[in-house]
Design a protein around this ligand. Structure first.
Ligand code: IPE
Ligand code: IPE
Ligand code: MG
Ligand code: MG
Ligand code: MG
Length: 276
């Protein structure tokens, strides 16, 4: 059931993204080339769009509708994720030729355009956040997102991932920063948007543990391709699976008290077994 809900979300969200991009006016061939690279990377029916799903479903769990502001928050999370993937695939980073079943952005458009498309999507996300209806809330979200992207977030995680030697104790920190911090933001930002401070710690607990569990599953699916894979961190695959289960259990405990928690609970079962 969750699988169907996620598929439906992918279709709906692609339309939301297309709508957004159709509002970006290009005035010369350079702008067109960048926008083509952005659209190519952002819109792909093989993407799961799990981060925007989390934003929308968290709002529902807290009893709120999918307002324009919720949609903007969701768009911003997918933009930041997409930028991080474009740069992650570059030759200087993971050097991956494929992304989401097609050529990576730098293979399709060349390295320089891919670097700039990544930069452009990142700043686009901040522009989207700045248009959230209440300026003081928009500012809080921009600040929070800046932390997600920076030294204490995605870039802090990626720099550890690309470092020549990884200390055992840096493992969870690396994965939390490169993947978990943005996923945590998908939950926590909804509490900021609706000014419901009392839920922040539970939402963060779900988001943080889900983020790490998500990267554990990603490493299982990548079959230990990278040296710093969770598969190499745990002595056996069973121990990794056990730790993954524990993380998901913590997520469950974090949201068990919410009235409309059905989808986010269901998501935990789905993610434990995800194959893509
Ligand atoms: C892949 O993320 C990279 C990670 C941070 C684990 P996803 O598995 O969410 O990728 P898409 O967006 O569905 O392609
Ligand atoms: C991606 O981690 C993390 C970010 C892009 C921030 P991976 O390098 O494991 O993701 P995949 O396997 O390329 O999707
Ligand atoms: Mg990587
Ligand atoms: Mg990679
Ligand atoms: Mg991976």
């Amino acid at each position: 059931m969750l699988k169907e809900a996620l598929k439906l979300h992918t279709t709906n969200f692609i339309n939301i993204l297309k709508d957004f991009l159709s509002g970006v006016k290009v005035e010369n061939s350079g702008e067109k080339r960048l926008l083509d690279a952005i659209s190519y990377s952002l819109i792909n029916s093989n993407a799961k769009y799990i981060r925007s799903f989390l934003v929308i479903e968290t709002a529902k769990m807290l009893g709120f509708n999918t307002t324009e502001d919720v949609k903007k928050l969701a768009i911003a999370t997918e933009m930041i994720h997409c930028y991080s993937l474009i740069h992650d695939d570059l030759p200087a980073m993971d050097n991956s030729n494929f992304r989401r079943g097609v050529d990576a952005c730098h293979i399709k458009f060349g390295e320089s355009t891919a670097i700039m498309a990544g930069n452009a999507i990142q700043v686009m996300a901040f522009d989207v956040l700045s248009s959230i209806s209440k300026p003081e809330i928009a500012l809080k979200l921009i600040k929070e997102m800046a932390n997600v992207c920076g030294l204490k977030g995605i870039l802090g995680g990626q720099v550890i991932d690309l470092s020549p030697k990884l200390k055992e104790e840096e493992f969870d920190e690396m994965n939390y920063k490169k993947t978990g911090v943005l996923i945590e933001f998908c939950l926590n930002s909804v509490a900021i948007l609706f000014e419901t401070k009392e839920h922040v710690s539970n939402l963060k607990m779900y988001g943080k543990n889900l983020g790490i569990a998500y990267q554990m599953q990603d490493d299982i699916l990548d079959e230990g391709e990278s040296e710093y894979s969770y598969i190499n961190h745990f002595k056996t695959r069973d121990l990794l699976k056990k730790s993954l289960k524990e993380r998901l259990k913590t997520c469950e405990e974090a949201i068990v008290g919410f009235n409309f928690n059905f989808t986010l609970l269901d998501l935990l079962k789905f993610l434990e077994k995800r194959t893509y």
